[in-house]
Design a protein around this ligand. Structure first.
Ligand SMILES: [Zn+2]
Length: 140
């Protein structure tokens, strides 16, 4: 449902009217089914969108801002990882194991790519990993 504020061109009366969608409004207007309740004129025009529609648009923008906020947090996180962890690429599972099992090897923080199965295996071996979405810099 969509609410439009309609205005009568003849007497300038403004009133709200509900339509199932914008097409229905166009259809009714074409067939001259829209009339002014005061002067019965058929010269009805749409004015600004009614507040309820605006609110829905604002909510959408809020969602978009939230997504942007999360993405920028992820980007910060990514930077932190890059600055503090050693990148091991596809060797992640192997490297994680060698650090875990080799007690002489200095513990170091690593990051890289691993498949879901590899992560499951590591978990079962008691090697804790953290997963997080990795976003590309080009994304906004
Ligand atoms: Zn009127």
């Amino acid at each position: 449902m969509i609410k439009y504020k309609l205005i009568c061109k003849d007497c300038k009366n403004i009133f709200d009217s509900w339509f199932s969608n914008s097409k229905e409004y166009e259809k009714l207007k074409k067939k001259k089914y829209l009339n002014c309740h005061i002067c019965d004129s058929r010269k009805i025009e749409k004015t600004l969108m009614a507040p309820n529609v605006l609110n829905r648009l604002e909510l959408k923008n809020k969602d978009i801002n939230k997504i942007k906020e999360i993405k920028s947090k992820l980007r910060e996180f990514k930077k932190f990882i890059k600055d503090n962890f050693k990148y091991v690429g596809d060797n992640f599972a192997h490297e994680a194991r060698s650090i875990h099992y080799d007690s002489k090897k200095k513990k170091k923080a690593i990051y890289g790519k691993a498949s879901r199965e590899e992560i499951e295996d590591l978990k079962q071996e008691g090697i804790n990993t953290e997963e997080f979405p990795w976003i590309e810099d080009k994304e906004n």
